[in-house]
Design a protein around this ligand. Structure first.
Ligand code: PEP
Length: 252
């Protein structure tokens, strides 16, 4: 059985004070349940403060991005060592906003996953097609390339670490959630791909979560699908109520 994984991506929202208010509300309101792993990804400036508040709670803290090097002349970047120092345990890698707006390539994503693995940070490896790619019938081609290139060179043990987040670009921040059937189809494809690249064992234990306008209202239908193991949530993670409600959908 795969444990559900629910992550909140706060993106470029919240001052330190606002982030602390949200972290405290989550700590007070989230159920302590073995069936679900809960992670929040605050902006860099609030990471340490949020990690301190959540230290004695089951909620883990993730970064939204990292640089692969430990230190050096990389103005504006944050290293894996700095993230560990701030209390991070996981990191989002290859979010579509980074791929589309900051030119992150599959090769860069691969290096960043490698950096996570060599520093004990769980990678949250994001993949997903654009609307144009979907309408052009290229979903499997795009996802196959992203998954193969992102995991290039990793052993099955390494590839088993962290989660894959399937986030169709057309569903992120648009209010247009993928239907459970559409999402399940792609999750099943990614799982079959993992079996092809590695083996059935790796494919059956790897968690593949869905992201894209997930709300408390749409969560149940998606989480009921056999290959959907949780969600990465943007907008609905910025307030405690909806995020806690989604986590509660995993607790049974
Ligand atoms: C995301 O940014 O990862 C995301 C899924 O955002 P939203 O839930 O707002 O679509």
């Amino acid at each position: 059985m795969r444990q559900f994984w629910i992550g909140g991506n706060w993106k470029m929202h919240k001052t330190i004070g606002e982030a602390l208010d949200l972290a405290r509300a989550l700590k007070a309101g989230l159920p302590a349940a073995a069936d679900v792993e809960v992670v929040v990804a605050p902006p860099f400036t609030a990471l340490k403060a949020v990690a301190e508040v959540l230290e004695d709670s089951p909620v883990q803290v993730a970064a939204q991005n990292l640089h692969w090097a430990e230190q050096g002349a990389y103005t504006g970047e944050i290293s894996p060592l700095m993230l560990l120092d701030a209390g991070c345990r996981q990191a989002l890698i290859g979010h579509s906003e980074r791929r589309q707006q900051f030119g992150e390539t599959d090769g860069l994503v691969n290096r960043k996953i490698q950096a996570c693995l060599s520093h004990g940070l769980g990678p949250v490896f994001c993949v997903g097609e654009t609307l144009e790619e979907r309408e052009g019938g290229r979903v499997e081609e795009v996802l196959s390339r992203q998954v193969r290139e992102g995991l290039r060179g990793f052993s099955p043990e390494e590839a088993a670490k962290g989660v894959i987040a399937y986030e169709p670009v057309w569903a992120i921040g648009t209010g247009r959630t993928a239907t459970p059937e559409t999402a399940q189809q792609v999750h099943a494809f990614i799982r079959a791909l993992l079996a092809e690249i590695y083996d059935k064992d790796l494919a059956s234990l790897k968690r593949i979560v869905y992201g894209g306008s997930l709300t408390p209202e749409t969560a149940r239908g998606l989480l009921d699908q056999p290959d959907i193991d949780g969600g990465l949530i943007g907008g609905a993670s910025l307030k405690p109520g909806p995020f806690i409600a989604i986590v509660k959908e995993c607790v049974g």
